[in-house]
Ligand binder design. Sequence first.
Ligand code: F6R
Length: 257
Amino acid sequence: MDFFVVPDAASTGAIAAGIVAAVIRSKPEAVLGLATGGSPLPVYAALAAHRLDMSGIRGFALDEYVGLPAGHPQSYAEVIRREVTERLHLDPAKVSVPAGAAEDPERAAAAYDAAIAQAGGIDVQILGIGHNGHVAFNEPGSALDSRTRVEALTERTRQANARYFASPDDVPDRCITQGLGTILEARQLLLVVSGADKADILHTALSGPVTTDCPASILQLHPHVTVVADEAAAALLGARAVNGTTPVAVRSRAVGV
Ligand code: F6R
């Protein structure tokens, strides 16, 4: 596991975007795994500044709400369109989001893993982490080998995401999420974390046991993981950015993870 610590959330974007850009340069038809939420926004902004040829790039979103009408501004299909497809000039035909508005979401979920496999698998999967340790919408209790499926969202996750909706009651209670097993099949995992409120869970995920109680602990099982965290999120792992400005890359053992 490689671990980069940077002074603040904005700086996570430059480091993580550099990692994604390197993948794209070495493979112009790379398949990107796309997280939504706040954490990866600086990554997409910084990646746009690289001005790479993205015409061959494919993308697969991690998850989507079930129950929002197609075109709802907070559906992840719309978020991905605004924040990723348009910003990075991706070909919309090459970007997939689970079909949360489908008549049969279970069936749409089952088709998603097949579509990823057909695209050759994900080269680099961008991830965030929830306060309860979820990755994508794999809530605690999700099986470590789970596949893309329909899941219930916990109240904690619904509350965390209420900031994007007019009322907390508007947050859907179900989703389609890539499974933990699906995520583990990506060739590289890139976790982006910021904020003191994530320090506890980041510490638990990286240095606690691998357990379904903390889905993000699956990161410990993957051979190629990069974590980019700001100082506040990394505080309990004992890692610090150098001089307040220079990111520091430390091998996992140095930070006890
Ligand atoms: C979003 C996703 C979620 C978020 C997580 C953290 O596609 O898969 O796991 O990454 O809820 O969200 P933020 O970054 O908003 O704190």
